[in-house]
Design a protein around this ligand. Structure first.
Ligand code: NI
Length: 157
């Protein structure tokens, strides 16, 4: 395993569409392992492959309840009703904004072996799922942000 460099906002790769994963081999597993290690080292709750410069539909998430690996994830259900809360991104260090996200989502994906899985998320997990899946189509949280927090507000977090 290895820590990979996290691509920062402004790099045009973050605006590109990630490609579907079709081969579930050791190269994918190494990517997922490295992504998890990189996310934990950076104290993040989620990371998409594009953020380590790989345009593949793979994300890792851990909101403090264990590692979730998702390959080719899509949001299959979203409950009406949005929650506005603070959000940041490892590609935009030190910046936070208020972003509306669905209260609850259901995601269909595959695990690292290609087996279909379904993940249901509420509140922070729903937010992390939406944020990371957005990265796979070239979107960042600032595309949805209602307003950015001031430094004073960040200091109080
Ligand atoms: Ni992000």
């Amino acid at each position: 395993m290895a820590i990979r460099n996290i691509v920062k906002e402004g790099d045009e790769i973050l605006r590109k569409q990630s490609r579907e994963v079709t081969v579930f081999d050791e190269k994918l597993w190494e990517l997922l392992d490295d992504m998890a290690q990189t996310m934990y080292k950076a104290n993040g709750v989620g990371l998409a492959a594009v953020q380590v410069g790989v345009l593949r539909q793979a994300v890792v998430i851990d909101i403090g309840k264990g590692l979730i690996e998702l390959v080719n994830p899509v949001i299959s259900k979203r409950r009406a009703g949005e929650v506005v809360d603070v959000e940041g991104c490892l590609s935009s260090p030190g910046e936070y904004g208020m972003v509306p996200r669905p209260k609850k989502v259901e995601v269909r994906a595959q695990n690292r072996y290609g087996k279909p899985i379904t993940v249901k998320g509420e509140d922070l997990l729903a937010r992390a799922l939406c944020h990371e899946i957005d990265h796979l189509s070239g979107h960042i949280f600032k595309d949805l942000v209602l307003r950015m927090l001031t430094q004073e507000e960040i200091n109080r977090l």
